[in-house]
Design a protein around this ligand. Structure first.
Ligand code: UGA
Length: 442
């Protein structure tokens, strides 16, 4: 929304949310999320044509176009628990809009939703409207899924591969096309029917995650055969039909989207009785779980089959670099397994706070033992007296550290496990580290 305000000075963007603390943070100098370049854009527009407020009612009444950008978490109980998307926030947005809308509105689904949610939203809207009977009043539902990735959000929005708009009424679609056309070339603005747009969002994430799981599956084979997964990635990625991107082997994908969206896709397929299709996509998630667990198993095995009471320095807790987001981060599984084996885990991450990590553990039903789980404010504190360094996020600054100094402060033998294939392994071996990486020959 900040980008729309920035690119379209004649449009007024009101962001409304019931959460007062969050709105207060958006109105302050300390924005509630870290995203490179976001603060500059907010600073340029806030108070000009970008406003943050808790007055939801006025926000709905004033608007011609409403973007519904609410959370769609996975259901935690009831039918489809653990897989189906929980649409209670979408539904309540529909009811609230219906209550306060006094004239026609375009309502845009920005949240990632299962296919056919727009139809449900339309029913909720029309069944609950208070001002029904107002002449000519209508709700026009559009689907406009977001494809930005965290950490590169502003650049992705500034120069998107494509913008996708799904809708049934051409004039309504055109209104949104005209907004994006302020800065996106017309040929990159794709228009489809509602259901294609909703489904494309889930499929895009499922396909991207599938690439990561595919290369991760091959990384395991590389470890057994003496092939090097980085070389395999480069060799296959230069085939233009395959392409270079999203072929970095890792400890597994994380983030709030991939797993949630694939499980949602799996659930939808099952609903339609497409069991083989469901199983096919489920394997992408299964492979990811396997990757996280086998990497951690390798750490424990290398450290003489026990990490009990051993200090382990973990570099990075975010699910990827340039974000403080820890939702579904693979670091969670790795740290949990290490602590279950009795390790004392000392995490250094440039942007993640300990309380956010603990909250994510709690969300997954894990109570962390305070004695075993420490966050440090420098990497030096984390490595002092540690048996191993474990790289879990690919932060650029990790490449700049003086690992020879770290080595001198660690227990011997000193191990380094590179879960992102980020560092210069030959150089580290020369320093004296025993290095373990993903998909590399021993
Ligand atoms: C993802 C999609 O890339 C966006 O297009 C989409 O809009 C977004 O989800 C969403 O649905 O909102 P995001 O979750 O921010 O974006 O992050 P990605 O860059 O896709 O990375 C996901 C995970 O895969 C990370 O843990 C990353 O480290 C991992 N990954 C990615 C790899 O392990 N290897 C790779 O080669 C690439």
């Amino acid at each position: 929304m900040a980008t729309i305000a920035y690119k379209c000075p004649e449009i007024t963007v009101n962001i409304v949310d019931l959460n007062e603390a969050r709105i207060a943070a958006w109105n302050s100098d300390a924005l509630p999320i870290y995203e490179p370049g976001l603060k500059e854009v907010v600073d340029a527009c806030r108070g000009r044509n970008l406003f943050f407020s808790t007055d939801v009612q006025a926000g709905i009444a004033d608007a011609d176009i409403i973007f519904a950008s609410v959370n769609t978490p996975t259901k935690t109980q009831g039918v489809g628990a653990g897989r189906a998307a929980d649409l209670k926030f979408i539904e309540s947005v529909g009811r609230t809009i219906a209550q306060h809308a006094n004239r026609s509105k375009i309502v845009i689904e920005k949240s990632t939703v299962p296919v056919k949610t727009a139809a449900a939203l339309e029913r909720v809207l029309t069944a609950n409207e208070l001002h029904s009977g107002t002449v000519g009043k209508r709700f026009y539902i559009l689907s406009n899924p977001e494809f930005l990735a965290e950490g590169t959000a502003m650049a992705d929005l500034d120069n998107p591969d494509r913008v996708l708009i799904g809708g049934q009424v051409e004039q309504a679609v055109q209104v949104l096309v005209d907004i994006y056309a302020h800065w996106v070339p017309r040929e990159r603005i794709l228009t489809t029917n509602l259901w294609s747009s909703e489904l494309s969002k889930l499929v895009a994430n499922a396909m991207l995650a599938q690439r990561v799981s595919s290369i991760n599956s091959i990384s395991r084979l590389c470890e057994r055969t003496g092939a090097d997964v980085s070389e395999v990635s480069r060799a296959i990625g230069t085939d233009s039909r395959i392409g270079r991107k999203f072929l970095n082997a890792s400890i597994g994908f994380g983030g709030s989207c991939f797993q949630k969206d694939i499980l949602n896709l799996v659930y939808i397929c099952e609903q339609f009785g497409l069991d083989e299709v469901a199983q096919y996509w489920q394997k992408v998630v299964d492979m990811n779980e396997y990757q996280k667990k086998t990497f951690t198993g390798r750490i424990i095995h290398a450290l003489f089959n026990t990490v009990s009471r051993k200090k382990i320095a973990v570099f990075g807790f975010a699910f990827k670099k340039d974000t403080g987001d820890v939702r579904e981060t693979p670091a969670l599984t790795v740290c949990d397994m290490l602590m279950q084996d009795g390790a004392m885990v000392h995490v250094y991450d440039p942007k993640v706070k300990r309380e956010d990590a603990v909250t994510e553990f709690k969300y997954h039903g894990v109570e962390v033992d305070d004695k075993l789980f420490t966050f440090t404010s420098t990497p030096e504190e984390a490595v002092e007296g540690a048996h191993a360094i474990v790289i879990l996020t690919e932060w650029d600054e990790f490449k700049t550290y003086k690992y020879d100094v770290f080595y001198s402060k660690m227990m011997k033998p000193a191990f380094l496990f590179d879960g992102r294939n980020l560092l210069d392994h030959v150089g580290l071996q020369k320093v004296g580290f025993e290095v373990h990486a993903i998909g590399k020959p021993k």
